[in-house]
Design a protein around this ligand. Structure first.
Ligand code: GLV
Ligand code: MG
Length: 338
């Protein structure tokens, strides 16, 4: 009898001291939609936008000019206090811990809207120590403000040192919600030679071998993010937290955005960031399971009701392992249909 869920990101968060941690929310988070809270026009769109996305995030960090940081923080507090987000997640990306704004981002937001915030996204995480610092600060601010539901932490994996320490970061706290790959900062930190935000590069790939007839040799572009996404997915899933792809910066190329999101989805990611309204629909489509695959996955589950043994379906061998694969897809389809 199959008793274990194939993915354990729902496992209890209670580890060590008896803090009131709950289980990670079993909610869909296919897109984390960013908005700049210092702009009134964008704030006014939030209540409608929140109905159409899984997560809405007030961005306080990069892309917010230095002289608008305080206005962005105040704008996020204003919109959070006046909006009912229903089942949509409310997240914030704070400024990094060694910036002039990080500490006030945390304290002011927790004092004003700590009971409404679901997740704090922490940029430029280099190691577990960054998560420990935020964890303790949140515990103090939750206690001071009598906040019962713990605010979770989502790390951005965007420094070479962070990638080196990714397993420690994933395991750093029971408050860890998940992690997103940040390809722009990571490229800079690694000294990669690109000005793009995610996606491929026309020169990154392999040239096919020469042929005897001297025909043109095919060039196959490759995914420069494959290694890091796979490493991040393993670190997250081994620790019961959720992996995400981050931003895709070329708003003029929806096909390339879809391809990057799809690679991340197939490798295990739960969602991606949307920085433009058109990326919301792309993420919704890509991070929901393919209906044909759901039909096939259901046939596997039905053919092996107790999850053991081996059967043939349409000429393809199925066994305990493919039953678990099928369950991942069917469980996700159920969440989408709810
Ligand atoms: C996101 O923050 C990135 O740097 O790509
Ligand atoms: Mg970044």
């Amino acid at each position: 009898m199959q008793t274990k869920t194939p993915r354990n990101f729902f496992k209890a968060l209670a580890v060590g001291a008896p803090k009131p941690y709950q289980e990670l929310p079993t909610r869909l988070e296919r897109m984390i939609h960013f908005f700049p809270p210092q702009i009134e026009k964008m704030r006014n769109k939030v209540p409608e936008m929140a109905k159409n996305v899984d997560v809405i995030l007030g961005n306080l960090e990069d892309a917010i000019p230095a002289d608008s940081k305080e206005a962005a923080r105040a704008g996020l507090i204003e919109v959070a206090q006046s909006t009912d987000f229903g089942s949509t997640g409310l997240w914030v990306r704070i400024n990094c811990l060694n910036s002039p704004w990080g500490l006030e981002d945390i304290t002011e937001l927790m004092n004003a809207i700590g009971d409404k915030l679901d997740v704090i996204m922490l940029p430029k995480v280099d190691g577990a120590w960054d998560v420990h610092y935020l964890d303790q600060l949140l515990a103090q601010l939750e206690a001071r403000n009598n906040i019962k539901k713990p605010v979770l932490i989502h790390a951005i994996l965007e420094t070479a040192e962070g990638v080196k320490n990714v397993e420690d970061i994933a395991a750093a706290s029971p408050r860890m919600h998940g992690m997103s790959l940040g390809p722009a900062d990571l490229a800079a930190s690694r000294g990669m030679k690109t000005t793009r935000v995610g996606g491929g590069h026309p020169f990154y790939g392999m040239l096919a071998d020469p042929t005897a007839d001297g025909a043109d040799r095919a060039f196959f572009q490759q995914d420069p993010w494959h290694y890091t996404i796979a490493k991040m997915v393993d670190a997250c899933m081994a620790n019961g937290i959720k992996p995400f792809y981050g931003p895709f910066g070329d708003f003029s190329d929806n096909d390339a955005c879809r391809a990057q999101f799809r690679n991340a989805f197939l490798l295990g990611c739960m969602g991606a960031w949307s920085l433009h309204p058109k990326q919301i629909e792309i993420a919704k489509e890509v991070f929901s399971p393919d209906p044909e695959e759901v039909v096939f996955a259901k046939r596997i589950l039905e053919a092996m009701p107790d999850g053991t043994g081996a059967v043939m379906i349409d000429g393809k061998m199925q066994d305990d392992a493919t039953w678990k694969q099928a369950k991942v897809i069917v469980d996700l389809a159920k969440l989408v249909d709810e």
